[in-house]
Design a protein around this ligand. Structure first.
Ligand SMILES: Cc1cc2nc3c(=O)[nH]c(=O)nc-3n(C[C@H](O)[C@H](O)[C@H](O)COP(=O)(O)O)c2cc1C
Length: 329
């Protein structure tokens, strides 16, 4: 079977992006309660040199979203440790391992990992190849378009392919771009024209129209969505429904169900303050869904509630008021 199958209506393979800090277990569980995506990718597991891989791998639970598969992502620069970690993750049931070649954080890149791997196609190749050779499950690479600029873009893409990875996911911004300037979808098209293996397009998909435009203009084989799914957790189902040709009209109660799952799956060990911050973070995204909500966003984020329930009692009616236009963004 192709690593990126379509559904029976021709909808391309849809993936929930890894998002460290925001897209944690409780978010993934809440997303799975709505569904619509084929696979999720866990946020990165850092793999230092000489890592004690067994203890590091403990936080990865392959069956977390069962029956939706959860791929593991690893980030490091030491080929030997990365390979060992991959082996450990296979023992834990991973069906796919993704090599992070994109994280822009300086604490990460300072150690030569994440987007630092894009500084030299040979290093990217060595690290990814070590992982490919260590395991017999599919290994993939998730990369940005470059470190400081895109001068090594094509070489990096081809170096990744030459390792034998099953496919590449491209978030077409450089490390220096961070999350600022628009993702350069033209680079997804360029990568697609270079590659023999499938390519997943990622970056700035906020609506069904964006998804269709990316597919049409880049010819990529699958889509990965991150922030767009926090802003609108129904986005995957909307894309799928578009292909099925049936209307998809989520109700306010569906959104409440999403929030309930999110709250229920927040670790019990979290303090009240942390719970509140997690909720604010989530709603901070949701209040970006349209201009009316955006106007209210600041008052929600700066509200001084200290109790999560009181905060929700304040914020949810504001969200509900403009929820109708949610789907037309
Ligand atoms: C808060 C946050 C955390 C992220 N963490 C990861 C990560 O752990 N691994 C990774 O490969 N990408 C990570 N990303 C990048 C996303 O997976 C994705 O490539 C990027 O956000 C662009 O897609 P989007 O516009 O659909 O959000 C993160 C992005 C955000 C906003």
């Amino acid at each position: 079977m192709s690593p990126l199958p379509q559904d029976k209506n021709g909808c391309p393979y849809l993936q929930l992006a890894p998002m460290e800090g925001v897209g944690d277990r409780s978010f993934r569980k809440a997303m799975a309660s709505i569904g619509g995506f084929d696979e999720a990718v866990r946020d990165f597991l850092r793999v230092p040199t000489n890592a004690h891989v067994r203890s590091l791998a403990k936080v990865y639970v392959a069956s977390e979203l069962s029956p939706i598969p959860l791929a593991a992502q690893i980030m490091g620069s030491d080929p030997h440790s990365m390979a060992n970690m991959a082996v450990e993750l296979v023992k834990k049931g991973a069906l796919r391992i993704d090599v992070n070649c994109g994280c822009p954080s300086n604490t990460v890149t300072g150690n030569g990992a994440g987007s630092s791997l894009l500084k030299d196609p040979n290093i990217l190749h060595t690290v990814a190849k070590a992982v490919v050779e260590a395991v017999s499950i599919p290994v993939t690479v998730k990369m940005r378009s470059g470190y400081e600029d895109i001068s090594l873009f094509e070489e990096n893409v081809l170096a990744a392919e030459a390792t034998g990875v099953s496919y590449i996911t491209l978030h077409p911004r450089t490390k220096v771009d961070g999350y600022g300037p628009p993702a350069r979808w033209d680079l997804i098209a360029r990568a697609k024209s270079l590659l023999k293996i499938p390519l997943v397009g990622n970056g700035d998909i906020l609506t069904v129209k964006d998804a269709l435009t990316m597919l049409e203009t880049t010819k990529c084989d699958g889509l990965m969505i991150g922030r767009g799914s926090i802003i609108n957790p129904f986005l995957f189902q909307e894309i799928r429904a578009h292909y099925a040709g049936i209307p998809y009209e989520p109700k306010w109660e569906d959104l409440l169900g999403f929030l309930e799952t999110f709250i229920r799956d927040t670790p019990e060990s979290f303090s009240t303050r942390l719970r509140l911050n997690k909720l604010k973070q989530l709603l901070g995204f949701m209040f970006r869904a349209n201009p009316e909500l955006l106007q209210k966003r600041q008052s929600v984020l700066s509200s001084s509630y200290t109790d999560p329930e009181a905060f929700l009692a304040f914020a949810l009616p504001l969200l509900k008021e403009n929820w109708r236009s949610y789907l037309t963004v």
